[in-house]
Design a protein around this ligand. Structure first.
Ligand SMILES: C[S@@+](CC[C@H](N)C(=O)[O-])C[C@H]1O[C@@H](n2cnc3c(N)ncnc32)[C@H](O)[C@@H]1O
Length: 281
């Protein structure tokens, strides 16, 4: 039998030696998942004995984390906005930055109107599911070019009992012609080819390239989303986009070219331009 404290010490040491960013917390989170206990419990209860089967499970998770696999993929879950989502290697791990999209979209919506909303590049479904959970007056559609991502989004919609309120389509945005919308939201892949080369191995080695790759200057899919939204949106409809920290001017110019009025650009929690809202004129 080994006690929690000595197991945590070993796990922490292995992760620290492999330059994992938060080795202590990661070891604690992984052990708490193996033992199916709260993080608080394992921090307080450090003298508890662990049986051999759980020791082996923990060592395997530490091995995976040491190789760079993100915690969210190891645990198959991630919190976003106020909710839990199932995630696997077929979808981008929802980021706190993207919560700005949810926050800003909720400010636009009023409670007395019915809205037709489209989420382009839904991935795990984190944006559209959070919005649908917050507001009952949304009729939602979500598309993704990746069949595997869409499968994950549907798992999440089922988990949140929203399968009857969100229609899913496997389609690239440029081939999507269904419906007219009051609102389009999108967090398109926006990392440029050059930036892709410098991404952390935890990201580039594990997250789907199709969810990151924005082409030569990062705006390949962004451009498609803006162009297509121009025909999918009703006049006066809103487009809420997540953008890369250096894409504000590029996005503004594409929006103007496609006859959008720019309402505002919003910074993320790190004070970087992250979200742009525009109206179809
Ligand atoms: C940055 S991820 C965003 C995922 C999720 N919405 C989020 O915010 O966490 C971009 C998503 O767009 C999808 N995608 C990439 N190119 C696309 C295209 N041309 N049409 C539709 N979806 C696309 C990817 O498969 C991926 O799921």
């Amino acid at each position: 039998m080994i006690k929690i404290n000595s197991l945590l010490f070993d796990g922490h040491k292995i992760l620290a030696e492999s330059r994992t960013k938060s080795p202590k917390l990661d070891a604690e989170v992984l052990l708490s998942s193996v033992l199916n206990k709260d993080l608080k419990e394992i921090i307080i209860d450090k003298k508890l004995n662990i049986n051999q089967s759980n020791i082996n499970k923990f060592k395997e998770l530490i091995r995976r984390r040491k190789c760079g696999e993100p915690i969210a993929y190891i645990l198959k879950k991630k919190e976003f906005w106020k909710y839990n989502f199932y995630v696997d290697c077929n979808v981008l791990i929802p980021r706190p930055d993207t919560e700005v999209i949810v926050e800003e979209t909720l400010k636009i919506l009023n409670n007395n109107k019915k809205y037709f909303v489209l989420d382009v590049g839904t991935g795990s479904g984190c944006i559209i599911i959070s919005l649908a959970n917050e507001r009952l007056n949304l009729m939602c559609t979500a598309i993704d070019i990746s069949k595997k991502a869409l499968k994950v989004a549907k798992i999440n919609a089922k988990m949140h009992q929203l399968l009857n309120r969100i229609k899913f389509y496997n389609s690239s945005v440029d081939n999507f012609f269904k419906g007219k919308y009051d609102l389009v939201v999108s967090n398109p892949p926006y990392i440029s080819n050059l930036e892709l080369k410098y991404l952390d191995k935890d990201i580039i080695g594990y997250e789907p390239l199709i969810s990151l790759n924005g082409g030569l200057d990062g705006s390949f899919v962004l451009n498609k989303v803006i162009k297509k939204s121009s025909s999918l949106l009703k006049i006066g409809g809103k487009l809420v986009l997540e953008i890369g920290f250096d894409q504000k001017y590029k996005a503004m110019s594409l929006l103007k070219k496609n006859r959008f009025f720019i309402n505002k650009v919003i910074k993320d929690y790190a004070n970087k331009d992250r979200c742009i809202i525009a109206t179809k004129t």
